[in-house]
Design a binder for this molecule. Structure first.
Ligand SMILES: Nc1ncnc2c1ncn2[C@@H]1O[C@H](COP(=O)(O)OP(=O)(O)O)[C@@H](O)[C@H]1O
Ligand SMILES: [Mg+2]
Length: 279
């Protein structure tokens, strides 16, 4: 089994509930994402929140993004404080409630490009990141190559396929320098080949920095399990209104994290069955 250690808390949802009028959508959602360290490797975290349609995944996504406040409870994150005294200074961290803009947010089938070409959109994102000052063009070129969108840099958003729009949107968030990437249903509506590519790219992103944390909200259990280190299952408890996390699955402990051919493992199939059992 791969060696790893678990360190500081990066994100914590504490007793999070969401109520609209008298309708309870989410109740007492509690989970903690911790920094995972693998010796000699740059390795971020990949966490999935899965559940049936209508279970409140998108609502939880909105709460995690900071765009919406929970009715009660809190979501806190550990952030690198922007360096104040130039390069080379020590990193300072702060823990605080999540705010809009803390997370790179990738909505489901909805990408915000405005009236700009792909290149212009990416440039705007890059300019928001002080660490890229003077290197914006280079960074865009590198990401474009890595994500295979060089050909469409000068196109308008309407001239891109859904898969291309999604990749541009991911690059946009990476250029902004977000440590956390939050994705709602990133695998839906993709054909099988594109899906594999998106999974590969997201894993590549998670390997780009030790603190990079991907939170994937999805109803595609198999893909979520295949690429995550931890899976949380959103479901119902008998006699209680609204959804909550009904299961936490540590895929590292099961030897199912960071394995390319994980789908062939017996424990993989067993884990899928276990999840289906509590949906
Ligand atoms: N503004 C709102 N007012 C009342 N109910 C809402 C509102 N927005 C979403 N819901 C309800 O929240 C529930 C969860 O929706 P959603 O988070 O989109 O589910 P999922 O993403 O898991 O498919 C649904 O029953 C939906 O009708
Ligand atoms: Mg949804």
């Amino acid at each position: 089994m791969t060696a790893y250690t678990i360190k500081e808390t990066l994100l914590q949802a504490k007793d999070v509930s969401l109520v609209y009028g008298d309708k309870c959508i989410l109740h007492d959602v509690n989970f903690t994402i911790k920094d995972i360290i693998r010796p000699g490797l740059q390795q971020g975290q990949v966490v999935s929140l899965v559940g049936r349609s209508g279970m409140g995944k998108t609502q939880l996504f909105r709460l995690l993004s900071g765009l919406q406040k929970p009715s009660s409870g809190s979501i806190t994150i550990r952030q690198r404080k922007p360096a104040e005294t130039g390069k080379g200074s020590i990193q300072v961290y702060q823990e605080r409630e999540v705010r809009p803009g803390d997370m790179g947010v990738i909505f489901q089938n909805y990408y915000q490009f405005g009236w700009r070409t792909v290149k212009q959109s990416l440039m705007l994102a890059a300019r928001r990141n002080n660490e890229l000052a003077g290197k914006e063009e280079d960074s865009i070129r590198q990401y474009a190559e890595q994500f295979d969108i060089t050909d469409v840099l000068h196109r308008w958003p309407g001239q891109l396929s859904g898969g291309q729009q999604q990749r541009v949107s991911i690059i946009q968030q990476l250029l902004k320098g977000a440590d956390y990437l939050l994705l709602d249903e990133p695998f839906s509506g993709l054909d099988v080949c594109v899906l594999d590519k998106v999974v590969e790219l997201l894993l590549q992103v998670s390997l780009s920095d030790e603190l990079k944390t991907l939170v994937i909200v999805s109803h595609d259990i198999a893909t979520a399990v295949a690429m995550s280190d931890t899976v949380y299952v959103l479901g119902r408890q008998a006699g209680v209104a609204g959804s909550t996390l009904v299961r936490e699955i540590d895929l590292m402990e099961r030897g199912l994290a960071w394995q390319k051919d994980v789908r062939r493992e017996k424990a993989f199939a067993e884990t899928l069955e276990e999840i289906k059992g509590c949906l």
